[in-house]
Design a binder for this molecule. Structure first.
Ligand code: IPM
Ligand code: MN
Length: 362
């Protein structure tokens, strides 16, 4: 029987309670589909920072490298540690494990309300591939003459040919696999860019996109400047299939994407190292909502979606499809809703409902 070793990093705020739901779904999937899960939990968080002066130990990556996959809850509690310090932990893992693809599916499940009028289960089915290790997030720069009238800040984006190419290529591969568009069997990849203004980085990015596109004559190409893309996401979400974007642009458009799919409580992401040289990491993309800690009011669907993505990544395709079906059944019935959905169910009640749907539907 296959055994998967999963590292759990609950993180801050509501991280603990959502991680409980992740484990509950993983365990149910393992039992039903005949594999084993062994977990180890790491208390890397702002509380740890306050106690010992660092979010995670120096050998954190070494510890994590033994696992098949990582589940990350959520990080950050600005009342304890400044966000730009605590969140380095997330960026360190993404970069350290060369998780160069940030996979962010945007899908609206039937029964879920989206505040965006054009959004329906028929119109919202987008996959954003966000470059996840470089670009605007390269942490290159500095602040000079800080605190003086001459203060200067520099933050340099770093775009390497290899870095852009591998993320964009992944997007084209996904377009072939997804087969979303009926009339165009191999799908479409929209290049999210800003080359009208960013005359070095984004012109370079476009060159890489054009270079990669030549290898995929069967895939439709398209481009949208990132500002216009936010408009088109709202106006015509159905136009989009796969979108490839740089690190910062991908970050921004996927929060808008989360609204298309009903809110931050539904949006999950995978930080993927496609070669499997290092473990990949799956997470809900929402924050840690410290004020709700322990209240069990947050929506666990984003977390369960992250688990679904993890199962898919581990090769447990049937289990992943099964989790997806259970989410769809539960949300479709509209019987169990958390506060963000206008209901009063707790985090664990909705998690339990999804697991119950898995069992009746096994
Ligand atoms: C995300 C988050 C992070 C990011 C922050 C918390 C550093 O917004 O995963 O989308 O910008 O990547
Ligand atoms: Mn974000």
């Amino acid at each position: 029987m296959a055994t998967y070793r999963i590292a759990l990093i609950p993180g801050d705020g509501v991280g603990g309670e959502i991680t409980d739901e992740a484990v509950r779904v993983l365990d149910a999937a393992a039992e039903i589909h005949g594999f084993e899960i062994s977990t180890a939990s790491y208390d890397w968080s702002c509380d740890r920072y306050l106690e010992v002066g660092s979010m995670m130990p120096e050998n954190a990556l070494e510890l994590l490298s033994d696992f098949d996959s990582i589940f990350l809850g959520c990080i950050g509690d600005a009342n304890k540690v400044a966000d730009h310090i605590s969140l380095q932990m997330l960026l360190t893992i993404r970069k350290g494990f060369d998780q160069y693809v940030n996979l962010r599916p945007i899908k609206l499940y039937p029964g879920v309300y989206s505040p965006i009028e054009t959004a329906s289960p028929e119109t919202v089915d987008i996959l954003v591939i966000r470059e996840n290790t470089e670009g605007e997030y390269s942490s290159n720069g500095g602040i000079f003459k800080r605190g003086t009238p001459d203060a200067v800040a520099l933050q340099t984006g770093v775009f390497t040919w290899k870095g852009c190419e591998r993320a964009i290529r992944y997007g084209f591969e996904m377009a072939r696999q997804r087969n979303k568009l009926g009339g165009s069997p191999a799908g479409r990849v929209t290049n999210c860019t800003k080359s009208n203004a960013l005359n070095y980085s984004m012109v370079f990015w476009d060159e890489v996109y054009d270079f990669v596109a030549k290898d995929y004559p069967d895939v439709e190409t398209d481009m949208a400047l990132v500002d216009a893309l936010t408009m088109w996401f709202v106006k015509n979400p159905d136009w989009f299939d796969v979108v490839v974007a740089s690190n910062l642009f991908g970050d921004i458009i996927t929060d808008l994407g989360a609204m298309l799919q009903g809110g931050m409580g539904f949006a999950a992401g995978g930080n993927v190292n496609p070669e499997g040289t290092y473990p990949s990491m799956f997470e809900p993309i929402h924050g840690s909502a410290p004020k709700y800690t322990g209240k069990r009011v947050v929506n666990p669907i984003a977390t369960i979606e992250a688990v679904r993505m993890m199962l898919e990544h581990l090769g447990e395709t049937e289990a992943a499809v099964h989790v997806q079906r259970a989410i769809a059944t539960t949300l479709g019935s509209g019987e169990v809703k958390t506060r963000d959905m206008g209901g009063s169910a707790t985090t664990d009640e909705l998690g339990a409902a999804v697991v119950a749907a898995m069992r009746t539907n096994a």
